[in-house]
Design a protein around this ligand. Structure first.
Ligand SMILES: NC(=O)c1ccc[n+]([C@@H]2O[C@H](COP(=O)([O-])OP(=O)(O)OC[C@H]3O[C@@H](n4cnc5c(N)ncnc54)[C@H](OP(=O)(O)O)[C@@H]3O)[C@@H](O)[C@H]2O)c1
Length: 213
């Protein structure tokens, strides 16, 4: 599959590497400076399956676009994509802000980042996923033989199996978390992981899993 990843940082880099190596997908990173040394290093690590260009070039290349920019850059990145009618966008961002109590969510009870992204991405189908755990877990989601969980929320029922399959190829136990409005829950869930990792001593090497009877 042809995948665009907008933002080639911790999350974008981990996802591009994993999808290329585990599933053989073609990766096109949409970045502000395709020639930047860190982007070139990432392309070399992935090998022949990856390239980098502008955000518009990456979006035009792919049917599925992953948004992995910092939250303050999300709207500009979507506007820079150009025509995205009929495309799938997987929104991995979290609307983080830093206040007097440390890192928190900028929005959440009545609107989510995922719903805002859908509002900007006119004509595209937005799914919220790949936001609820750290980038290290995206590279390797399996702990002692147990798959950690990744939730997918979105309103486009016909395309949801495609997104669930794509996320599953990374090695996650994928759970359909309902409509896009449930991004409000997934972004809060992400905040729990972040708080436990960064403020409660868990570090980055832990993940949530779903156990079933
Ligand atoms: N870090 C995690 O473990 C984690 C886990 C789940 C979700 N998230 C979410 O995922 C997003 C990315 O996090 P990250 O840790 O990967 O951040 P990061 O390492 O800072 O990477 C962000 C990337 O976005 C690029 N970027 C910034 N503005 C852009 C724009 N206007 N157009 C295109 N690309 C742009 C940056 O490029 P430049 O080099 O040009 O600045 C950089 O490559 C955030 O929203 C974060 O909340 C993070």
């Amino acid at each position: 599959m042809k995948l665009a990843i907008i933002g080639a940082g911790n999350v974008g880099g981990a996802l591009g590497l994993a999808w290329a190596q585990k599933a053989g997908h073609e990766i096109f990173f949409g970045v502000r400076d395709p020639k930047a040394e860190k982007t070139q290093t990432l392309l070399r690590a992935i090998g022949g399956k990856a390239r980098a260009g502008t955000v518009a070039e990456a979006a035009a290349f792919a049917d599925v676009i992953v948004l992995s920019t910092p939250w303050p850059a999300a709207e500009a990145a979507i506007r820079a994509m150009g025509t995205i009618k009929g495309k799938i966008i997987i929104d991995a961002t979290n609307p983080l802000t830093r206040g007097p109590d440390g890192v928190g969510l900028e929005i959440g009870h009545s609107i989510s980042g995922g719903e805002k992204v859908q509002g900007w991405a006119v004509g595209a189908s937005v799914f919220k996923a790949l936001n609820t755990t750290g980038f290290g877990n995206m590279a390797n989601p399996v702990y002692i033989g147990v798959k950690s969980v990744m939730f997918v929320a979105g309103d486009d029922a016909p395309n949801k199996p495609k997104v669930i399959d794509l996320v599953g190829q990374l090695g996650f136990d994928v759970v359909d978390a309902g409509p896009l409005r449930n991004a409000r829950l997934l972004e809060a869930h992400a905040m729990l992981w972040i708080d436990l990792a960064l403020a409660r001593g868990q570090g980055r090497d832990f993940a949530f899993a779903v156990v079933r009877r």
